[in-house]
Design a protein around this ligand. Structure first.
Ligand code: HEC
Ligand code: HEC
Ligand code: HEC
Length: 210
């Protein structure tokens, strides 16, 4: 639960959960009585937190201190409904893996090119959820074409736009229309994506997005 509160505090792209989805809305005093969201990077007993030890450019890009590294990782695991071993050799967290590569691609290539119609920052949980539970294989395991088309239509192009402006078109990511020879099934780890939005002039790097 701590991880969820941390995610709430930072609204990080990499955070696993949307802000407080299960908070009882009908209890107006509940929020006031809950302990305030704690910043994982705030000093404990006057001691500053351990600094980030790695040089991260993907899911952990926004981590400001080592405790936050773990908070973000807990959020990611929860958002995908997996254990740490889905992406890591638990004897060596720094070792590369295919799912780590994909996770970093999602965070640094896919998410920045999309914007949510409902507004707010995009989290892994915005797509990796099924009935409110975290799910890695949202297109079915094994993947089903019918389910993929349904998901792409109802959960992707109707909920997201291109961050650079305009709606998402199937062929932006799949090169051709479904049902034509030009359609390419493979998108993950490719560059078939909407363009990056132009950097906004006064943007503060690593701003938490409020
Ligand atoms: C969906 C894949 C995924 C899951 C699940 C996941 N991680 Fe990670 N983890 C990553 C990626 C990707 C990085 C590197 C991030 C970057 O480069 O920005 C990383 C980095 C780390 C690091 C830093 C390693 C280093 O190079 O210094 C630690 C520690 C870590 N994860 C712990 C965990 C723990 C503990 C869990 C389970 C609670 C977990 N991770 C779950 C993908 C994942
Ligand atoms: C805009 C939608 C969207 C968002 C947001 C998103 N993903 Fe994905 N992701 C997908 C789709 C679609 C797949 C393919 C799923 C399948 O094969 O069933 C996928 C697959 C993956 C996979 C490989 C499948 C597996 O077995 O694990 C990983 C790892 C992953 N995403 C990590 C992440 C992480 C980490 C985040 C947050 C930084 C994230 N994703 C955010 C759409 C998204
Ligand atoms: C923002 C990019 C994006 C857009 C727009 C998009 N998709 Fe996808 N689609 C993905 C990703 C990512 C996957 C997972 C592909 C992979 O594993 O490489 C995927 C997978 C699929 C698959 C499964 C392919 C297979 O056989 O494995 C189908 C079918 C599909 N999409 C149809 C559509 C349709 C139809 C639309 C338009 C309504 C659409 N997509 C729009 C990103 C996108």
């Amino acid at each position: 639960m701590l991880a969820r509160r941390l995610c709430f505090a930072f609204a990080l792209v990499a955070c696993g959960s949307p802000p407080l989805p299960h908070e009882p809305a009908e209890a107006p005093h509940a929020l006031a009585e809950a302990p305030p969201a704690r910043d994982p990077c705030e000093p404990v007993d006057g001691k500053p937190p351990a600094p980030v030890t790695g040089n991260y450019s993907g899911v952990l890009k926004g981590a400001r201190c080592q405790p936050e590294v773990l908070a973000i990782m807990n959020g990611v695991a929860k958002a995908l409904g997996t254990g740490c071993d889905h992406c890591h050799d638990e004897m060596d967290y720094a070792a590369p893996s295919e799912n780590k590569r994909i996770a970093n691609w999602m965070a640094s290539e896919l998410l920045p090119r999309l914007s949510k119609r409902a507004g707010g920052g995009i989290t892994c949980a915005d797509c990796h959820a099924d009935d409110g539970k975290g799910k890695a294989k949202i297109l079915g395991a094994p993947r089903s074409r019918t389910r993929a088309v349904e998901w792409m239509t109802a959960s992707l192009v109707e909920r997201f736009d291109a961050a650079a402006g305009g709606p998402l078109y199937c062929k932006t990511c799949h090169v051709g229309q479904l049902g034509t020879p030009a359609f390419q099934a493979h998108v993950i780890l490719t560059e078939h994506l909407p363009p990056r939005p132009p950097a906004s002039p006064g943007a503060i790097p690593h701003a938490d997005g409020g």
